[in-house]
Design a protein around this ligand. Sequence first.
Ligand code: 13P
Length: 352
Amino acid sequence: MEKKMRTDQEMDSTALTDTAKMIVADDKGLLAIDESTPTCNRRFAEIGIPQTLENRRAYREWIIKTPGLGEFISGMILYDETIRQHDADGYPFIKIIADEGIIPGIKVDTGAKELAGHPGEKITEGLDGLRDRLREYSGMGARFAKWRAVIAMGQGIPGSACIEANAQALARYAALCQEAGLVPVVEAEVLMDGVHTLGQCRETTTAVLHAVFNQLYMQGVCLEGIILKPNMVVPGLICPQKATTDEVADATVECFLRVVPAAVPGIAFLSGGQSGELASARLNAMQVRFAGKMPWGLSFSFARAIQQPALAIWHGEQANVPAAQQALYHRAQCNHAARRGLYAREMEWAIA
Ligand code: 13P
């Protein structure tokens, strides 16, 4: 039978779709090591690691070189400083990652700034010159990108100005990424800080995701070629009414089932400051309780929930690298198990 030639555009969207599917394939997930320099320095300062360029490079080097990470991690999100760096022998980080079978990605927003006229709310910047930066990153070997919108909860916030401005920026970013052949990871984070209840987080997350998908539609973004990176639906950190793991799982997935189109290949959570164990347990509960009922892959794209224990063990000392790598590998393994609904507390005792 004669095969029809595909147009360039169709081939491009096929490549995007393939990459997006690969990101969530085989129960793997993303490891975000894309902290900006100030954020990475802040994490170092909290535990007394000197905040130097060389320490940031050394930190990323041992993470990237953790033996066997590719068993559980499909892609890594890098930061502009990191994507240009090399290991101690001069081999480019991005090549080391690709050689391990891990897809390299890049954070491309330039941070969340105060939203003028809206105290306590933020707008993510970075659209100016983005087309050129995406072209450069793509030339370096990146295959996906990330942009994070931040939504704070509190008295009278978020307002629609903040939600709409961030949703539109996310959609414009996503369209530019797809034009450049990069899969956009669309990150909309409703922050955990505050007294809000589980129900209020669910309501806000629903409103934010509705706005985001509306804007993605308006900007002509191909949903088959994106990954959504949302928060889990959880009560605020100082809300007196705590939620069980199952309550979080139900509130989160029920929200997504109503708002996230089935065309989206994958949803990869941010951890948002939850402990590694809690993040794994909640992801696991979602897989168990909604097995066979979700049209998209439900995965992870954690920074702190994978890195934090390993960073503390490393503490800036070369001698601690093997133990730190073991801790990193362990958290990646736990999240891979959680994707299969096979995570259990006993896995934590094994490492202890
Ligand atoms: P956390 O998992 O630490 O919330 O970070 C997620 C993130 O957006 C980094 O890309």
